[in-house]
Write a protein that binds this ligand. Structure first.
Ligand code: PMV
Length: 350
């Protein structure tokens, strides 16, 4: 196993305290643990960490999960004779332990080993097409944490699972839920109050959200030029505009939450688009600048604005990449597909 770093020690201490408080053993209760989780798209974004080791955000965020797109994971222990390294299988292929993905996962698994010689077999199936331009780390860590909880029979509640997933990847805290989820920034230095929860919907609001559609506009699906963690730090350290971001984002989470609860599509869409552009403004005003957009990204934004001028109510959001996610209602889909011929469409509530 890798040598433990300061960062890992902080996380390990926190995870130990969480598991000890619940008196949980690190010995498996069954041979195989399973977990399954969807990807999610933030409508009000997480951009900035107040603690890097614990993935604690500078602001709350709010997301929608995309059913049918995500990760399924099975976890088991390898027997003592085989126990040199973890075996990590991704979509039926055994990964080389030097691969970045395998290393990152093994580091995360270190927190859950009964002793340093214990190793795991992970079989993970990702049906998020790499070509969709969606990050799979959120569904990946959420599914892994669910599988670990199942293997050890811990029966952790959703909040605790969300905290563990957050330590793997911030946005994973929101992937424990279907529908809309809010990740509370929290105040405690140990992150014990920084978890996500689902936003319950009234039957009136449900009627509106049954019509909600998300469209994926693929501009470029190659690896992003700068990881979100590095991008966030660079923004925090050099962008003067950033000081306005946490309060704005916190306020927009409140507005979108209200829009979700009252079934107000226009308020949800317009606030989500404003929020995404504000996040990208802080990235652009970073030095050296972080520009995830490509010329086609801007062309797609202009198409969205032109559609809106024609009365078609469509909005977009964008993450740390050049692809757009369109937000609209079912009735407008034909006109939107007419403009975006390759659009991949998702019904979040079906
Ligand atoms: O948790 P990460 O490292 O995948 O960061 C996610 C950052 C954004 O996708 C840009 C915003 C968000 O809230 O998902």
């Amino acid at each position: 196993m890798n040598q433990i770093t300061d960062k890992q020690q902080i996380e390990q201490d926190f995870i130990n305290s969480l598991l000890q408080a619940k008196n949980l053993s690190k010995n498996p209760a069954k041979a195989l643990g399973h977990g399954e989780a969807p990807v999610n798209i933030a409508l009000s974004k997480y951009w900035g960490k107040r603690s890097i080791p614990l993935n604690l955000p500078t602001n709350s965020s709010l997301s929608i999960s995309l059913p049918g797109l995500g990760t399924k994971t099975a976890i088991s222990l390898l027997t003592a004779t085989e126990n040199q390294q973890d075996q990590i299988w991704l979509n039926g292929k055994l990964l080389n332990s030097d691969e970045v993905f395998a290393k990152r996962l093994s580091k995360f698994l270190d927190y859950f080993r009964a002793d340093k010689n214990q190793s795991f077999k992970i079989e993970t199936e990702n049906n998020v097409p790499t070509a969709a331009g969606l990050a799979s780390s959120a569904s990946g860590y959420a599914a892994l944490v669910l599988a670990i909880n199942d293997l050890f029979d811990w029966n952790l509640d959703k909040q605790q699972l969300s905290i563990l997933a957050r330590i793997g990847s911030g946005s994973a805290s929101r992937s424990l839920y279907s529908g809309f989820a809010i990740w509370h920034q929290g105040q405690n230095p140990d992150g014990s109050d920084s978890f996500a929860e689902q936003i319950p919907l009234s039957s009136t609001a449900t009627q509106v959200w049954l019509q909600l559609r998300i469209g994926l506009v693929k501009v470029d699906v190659s690896q992003k030029p700068i990881s979100s963690t590095a991008g966030m730090q660079q923004t925090l350290n050099t962008c003067e505009l950033y000081s306005a971001w946490p309060a704005q984002a916190e306020n927009q989470v409140k507005i979108i939450r209200e829009a979700v609860e009252t079934g107000n599509f226009s308020l949800l869409g317009s606030t989500a688009e404003h929020n995404a552009l504000s996040m990208h403004a802080t990235m652009i005003a970073t030095w050296p600048p972080i520009v995830y957009w490509q010329p086609e990204s801007l062309a797609a934004m202009q198409k969205v604005w032109q559609l809106r001028e024609k009365g078609v109510e469509v909005y977009f959001t964008m993450d740390a990449g050049p692809n757009l996610k369109l937000i609209y209602l079912a009735k407008d889909e034909p006109q939107i597909i007419n403009e975006f011929k390759e659009l991949e469409t998702i019904q979040p509530f079906n």
